[in-house]
Design a protein around this ligand. Structure first.
Ligand SMILES: C[S@@+](CC[C@H](N)C(=O)[O-])C[C@H]1O[C@@H](n2cnc3c(N)ncnc32)[C@H](O)[C@@H]1O
Length: 254
């Protein structure tokens, strides 16, 4: 599933990610944000992107090869525990620490941010985008299949120990990591109309995890995807399935 990363691009550029910067990205997954970062810093900068999932990293590697992004380095490590992490990051210092939808999965996100921010130059930029599910769903037309599927995703995250309110918690997480918070933004994720995370695709991709969490069966997931499609027949209907928060901060100047 390819996503429209315009929101993320706007967040990163607005926070100050620019040509020539050296970026450390955490939880890069299949490299969607990595590609955005690689474009923003250009060949005069570089991106080191870390994830613990070797399969996702292989897809990220293919994506970077396809883009001809020779200024991106990918490393496999668990950012919470891996003693090999310092070696994976190399000796370089960085200007930026970035990530999207990863802090919500970490048991102590402030500790991880504090440790990784220690690899930044003084006054370095820290920018994270995280989802928040506390204000959704938003709609003026009844869309029960959308509501049901969104509820499953939220229940799955909770069952997995993730924080579905990380968007709201993000500034506090950065402050607790010893950073100076400079700004917070949030944008609604609208289903249909160029959605970044289409609900029917998302619930399909997460089908195994939803079933493993005991939230719904695979058959129920398959059925809800069809019903979501039916509710989306009218392109004028607006459904807010999530909020995406961005907070950015600076490491102390000295
Ligand atoms: C929801 S995905 C987001 C991927 C990507 N940032 C994006 O927005 O497209 C979360 C990613 O964080 C990674 N992750 C979670 N915990 C991690 C950890 N402790 N160390 C490294 N990566 C981790 C997962 O493997 C997964 O690829």
């Amino acid at each position: 599933m390819e996503r429209d990363d315009g929101m993320t691009r706007g967040y990163l550029a607005g926070a100050g990610v620019a040509a020539g910067m050296r970026v450390l990205e955490v939880g890069c997954g299949t490299g969607e944000v990595t590609a955005v970062l690689a474009g923003l810093v250009g060949p005069s900068g570089h991106v080191t992107a870390v994830d613990r999932d070797a399969v996702a990293l292989a897809r990220a590697r293919d994506r970077m090869t396809g883009l001809g992004a020779g200024h991106v380095r990918l490393a496999c490590a668990d950012v919470t525990a891996d003693p090999a992490l310092p070696e994976a990051l190399g000796a370089d210092g960085f200007d930026v620490l970035a990530g999207r939808r990863v802090l919500m999965y970490l048991p102590d996100p402030s500790a991880v941010v504090r440790r990784l921010a220690g690899r930044l130059r003084a006054g370095g930029l820290v920018v994270f985008e995280e989802a928040d599910a506390t204000m959704v769903p938003g709609r003026v037309t009844p869309m029960p299949a959308h509501d049901r599927a969104g509820g499953w995703l939220r229940a799955m995250l909770v069952a997995e120990g993730a924080d579905p309110a990380m968007g709201f918690h993000l500034p506090a997480v950065l402050a607790a990591a010893g950073l100076e918070v400079r700004g917070v933004r949030a944008e609604a994720v609208i289903e249909g109309q160029g959605t970044q995370f289409p609900l029917a695709d998302l619930v399909g991709l997460m089908g195994d995890r939803i079933a493993a969490a005991g939230v719904a069966t695979s058959a129920e997931v398959a059925e809800i995807r069809l019903r979501i499609g039916g509710e989306r027949a009218d392109p004028a209907v607006v459904y807010v399935s999530g909020m995406s928060f961005c907070a950015w901060a600076r490491t102390p100047a000295t």
